[in-house]
Design a protein around this ligand. Structure first.
Ligand code: GUN
Length: 287
């Protein structure tokens, strides 16, 4: 059996056309959704991601404000800047590109973002809302993965989802999102014993560990759906955490790298920013 390829570019384009209609609607009220992206330091990968976010805003007719700060910036100064953005009417979403330099406490910075503008879905209030199934901003990458899974049309309810990786950005919210979809969820990570025996039980296998081609065919149950969140550079080539050529022979569906999860992340960021603009606009109308 050869797996069906889940094309992230196709799914992202569908969602972008929905976003575009919502932006047109907002503009009738004089609202242009605005995203502020804060980049601290000069990490080349972060610079590249931030430029993609700016480009996506531009393509959709959204307002973007990029703020580049030196890596020696004081934490208080960064937090003050975020406080100003919290009260800035042109800005509906605030994103602080991670990782931050070591002298800055990530948690304090994330907690200074207004939960109403937390389009990354990283604020503890937002994560709590997600866990309790209140309306919440879902973190962009796992939210994108959910959209890809839904696009396949497979039933999620009752499926065993195994999440490889437990980061705050992907693994943990991913598991919670799939629990909310009535999957049975297992997390495995670098300290897990018998990791392979567990991944072999997965109906849905999501891999987010940052280890090139770590998951080969021997980790995968025949017919499983395999989602590869990894982006690794090897000799200038981008590869995922899954050995695509091997695993596509056993899986029922698989995402490629590049062109799978990647295009979804920024699309979901745009969608969250539009959602924030809609909610903030509504709040203003009610006041
Ligand atoms: N660094 C890597 N991924 C992300 C992300 O989704 N959001 C932010 N803010 N930083 C990141």
């Amino acid at each position: 059996m050869t797996a069906k390829i889940i094309d992230g570019k196709v799914v992202a384009a569908e969602i972008r056309s929905e976003i575009s209609m919502r932006i047109t609607e907002l503009k009738k009220y004089g609202v242009t959704p605005g995203l502020a992206v804060i980049l601290v330091g000069e990490d080349p990968a972060s610079q590249l991601y931030v430029s993609f976010k700016e480009k996506a805003c531009e393509e959709l007719g959204m307002y973007s404000r990029k703020m580049v700060l030196p890596d020696h910036i004081a934490q208080d100064e960064l937090i003050q800047l975020i406080e100003n953005l919290n009260h800035d009417d042109q800005i509906h979403g605030i994103l602080v590109q991670l990782p931050l330099p070591d002298h800055i406490d990530n948690n304090q910075v994330i907690e200074s973002i207004s939960p109403d503008k937390d389009v990354d879905g990283f604020h503890p209030i937002d994560l709590g809302r997600m866990v309790t199934r209140h309306d919440a901003f879902l973190s962009c990458t796992p939210y994108g993965v959910l959209k890809l899974l839904k696009h396949t049309g497979i039933e999620l309810e009752g499926k065993h989802a195994v999440i490889v990786g437990r980061s705050n950005i992907v693994g943990k919210p991913m598991g919670q999102i799939l629990l909310n979809e009535d999957c049975t969820v297992t997390f495995v990570h670098s300290k897990t014993k018998n990791l392979k025996e567990i991944t072999q039980l997965a109906d849905i296998l999501i891999v987010a560990i940052g280890s090139p081609k770590f998951i080969d065919a021997s980790y995968v149950k025949p017919g499983a759906v395999v989602i590869d969140v990894g982006i690794n550079k090897i000799l200038g080539k981008t590869v995922g955490d899954v050995d695509f050529d091997q695993v596509k022979e056993v899986a029922s569906y698989i995402t490629p790298v590049p062109g799978g999860v990647g295009p979804m992340t920024i699309t979901m960021l745009m969608r969250n920013t539009v959602k924030a603009a809609e909610a903030l606009n509504l709040k203003k109308q009610i006041q």
